[in-house]
Design a binder for this molecule. Structure first.
Ligand code: NAD
Length: 330
């Protein structure tokens, strides 16, 4: 079996590749794995260091918008798992052009090549942010998409394109929409690694607005296990929400991080709220649970403590990334 993983040098894609090559997904065991990654600021070869010498891994430095390259790599691929994206909401507010290029045009380029090459299965990794914001209750998969940020709008476009390629061209596409991930190797502009590394170093953390925005936090390992399950046992043309972690406001999350790093509330500084900041996300995971037997396994308190420990123990991984400009972003 040959698997093409786009964005496999990023936070979630690299976790999937490390797990795949170390046998965590028995139904995909032994697969030859090709990683296609542009190595943007968020991509990092060091994320694949633990499996870099595995002879089943091939790394290709390239762009999903490069049609001839993508045509060559999809030829003979049995499964495509598509993680590559511009992923940071704040950057999309500053300038959405890279988001439209990679997330929309890049996904279309990849879908076109996969359909032409007769790839067996294509998993498109989408996000719960495509649904917008929900005051109460949780979104089922057939809820209308109402994205609010340029990031989520570009992801919604790619999500719908992926489903359209199933309907129009018969490509076996499965879409996953996951809640917020945390874990090791996450670029230190996102809230958990930014706050953790700032607090370790005694730098104040910027908390948006009233801190009341609420997210469902899922360990990256639970997300990737869900993706592997959808790849193996999911149905063509279907969307599967993944989540069911722990719902916390940003203020509650910050309090947990203060406690784990031994800092007090004096290290939190209020920051002007993000434009059109979604108040709450919540996915209904009834479908993946009933159909595929999915359950999140990492208890949040344990996963978060382990994650903070990882950033404490792996300064050499994040320090150079913060030095080149992540600074107070998230
Ligand atoms: P990330 O920013 O850490 O990684 C993205 C990777 O894609 C990087 O390695 C980057 O170099 C690569 N990339 C970007 N543009 C590319 C291009 N044009 N061609 C090839 N490679 C390119 O992102 P992440 O947090 O690992 O997210 C991965 C996927 O999961 C994204 O599609 C994201 O929308 C989705 N997702 C993320 C979360 C989350 O909480 N982080 C939650 C749900 C869904």
């Amino acid at each position: 079996m040959r698997v093409l993983v786009t964005g496999g040098a990023g936070f979630i894609g690299s976790h999937f590749v490390r797990q795949l090559l170390t046998g965590a997904y028995p139904d995909l065991a032994g697969a030859r794995t090709v990683v296609l990654d542009k190595l943007t600021y968020a991509g990092n070869r060091a994320n694949l260091a633990p499996v870099a010498h595995d002879p089943r891994l091939e790394f290709v430095h390239g762009d999903i918008c490069d049609a001839p390259l993508v045509a060559r790599l999809t030829r003979g691929a049995d499964l495509v798992v598509h993680f590559a994206a511009e992923s940071h909401v704040d950057r999309s507010i500053e300038d959405a052009s890279a988001f439209v290029r990679t997330n929309v045009l890049g996904t279309q380029t990849l879908l076109h090549a996969a359909a032409a090459a007769g790839v067996d299965r294509f998993v498109h990794v989408s996000t719960d942010e495509v649904y917008g914001s929900i005051e109460e209750g949780s979104w089922p998969e057939d809820h209308p998409l109402r994205p609010n940020s340029p990031y989520s709008a570009s992801k919604a476009s790619s999500d719908l394109l992926a489903l359209a390629f199933h309907r129009t061209h018969g490509l076996d596409v499965r879409v996953t929409r996951c809640s917020n991930n945390y874990g090791p190797y996450q670029y230190p502009e996102k809230v958990i690694p930014l706050f953790t590394t700032n607090l370790i170093d005694g730098i104040p953390v910027p908390l948006y607005g009233d801190g009341g925005n609420s997210r469902d936090w899922l360990h990256v390992d639970d997300h990737c296990r869900g993706i592997a399950l959808v790849a193996v046992k999911g149905r063509a043309g279907e969307v599967y929400n993944i989540g069911g972690g722990t719902e916390l406001t940003n203020r509650e999350l910050t309090d947990r991080l203060l406690e784990l790093t031994g800092r007090d509330a004096g290290w939190v500084r209020p920051a002007a709220d993000r434009a059109a900041h979604d108040r709450r996300y919540s996915v209904d995971i009834g479908k993946i649970r009933a159909e595929l037997g999915y359950e999140p396994l990492v208890p949040f308190e344990e996963g978060l403590a382990e994650t903070v420990r990882w950033y404490r123990d792996n300064r050499a991984w994040w320090e150079p990334l913060k030095a080149v400009g992540a600074d107070a972003r998230r």
